[in-house]
Ligand binder design. Sequence first.
Ligand SMILES: [Zn+2]
Length: 307
Amino acid sequence: MTVAQIPVTTLAGGHRLELTVHTLRGASEGPRMVMFGGIHGDEPMGSETVRRLLESIDPAQLAGTIVAVPVANPYAHQALTRNTPLDGVNLNRIFPGNRGGTVTEQLAAVLSEILEGADYFIDFHSGGNFATVEYAYIHDAGAEMSRAYGTSVLYHGHPYIGSATGWALEKGVRCMVSELGGGGQRIEDYLRKGVDGTLNVLRTVGMLPGEPVAPPEDQVIVETLTTLAPTVGGTMLSDFGVERLGERLPKGTVLAKIISPHTFEVLEEIVAPYEPSILILGREHLTNVAPGDYGFMVADGAGAKPA
Ligand SMILES: [Zn+2]
């Protein structure tokens, strides 16, 4: 394994911003798979999944090359923020970036260069500091990866405009986005799921030997996935945390109440919109929320099809 520092830019404080790139070359020829962790700085699960994954692969068994950037947005990672603190930009909305732009635009430009010519790309995300999530995206190019990754819910949605995946798909790269864990909940379970799932993807695309494990029998593809965001800030009280992810809930189920910690008023209720609603992202019993935060994500269960 080689570890290289790719220069991005220099800051006014004199710090040089670099991206650390790990390259694991297999003993035999094969595809090139790129992996990013930490495009969002409040999702350190992705960085740790990449680290554990690379440590678990024997290059003598590997066909092809894995190129991994475990921390794709170093300053956001440091600050535990979704967007880069220096310019307030969401790195996953501005690909392919701009070498003459702001810090985040320059990061995207360097990451785009790393993605250029890849056969496969996996982008490791999670919930943020307070939210836990469990699904993977499935795209037509790379669908075999998503099935093999093994989450019970696969979301067949359009990638965000300006996301690393959106840009890579345009370039003909087969892509998968993992959304596992976050919120400090069940960390070991989700890291194991991420590493085991990725090893199964590598077997499926022929980069590691061995028969891939079949996806779970209950694996479904959903077409509609909705974020339920509080429109007000306050204290969110909920009984729908990590242990209830994957549950199918009747339409109208009250998922949470937002109360004012000052006056104790109930400011808002968050209600399941679909019959049934599959719970994809939840928060713990008590969390602070700001308007527009990720409160919950639910999929329309009526449209769920077997994968
Ligand atoms: Zn993310």
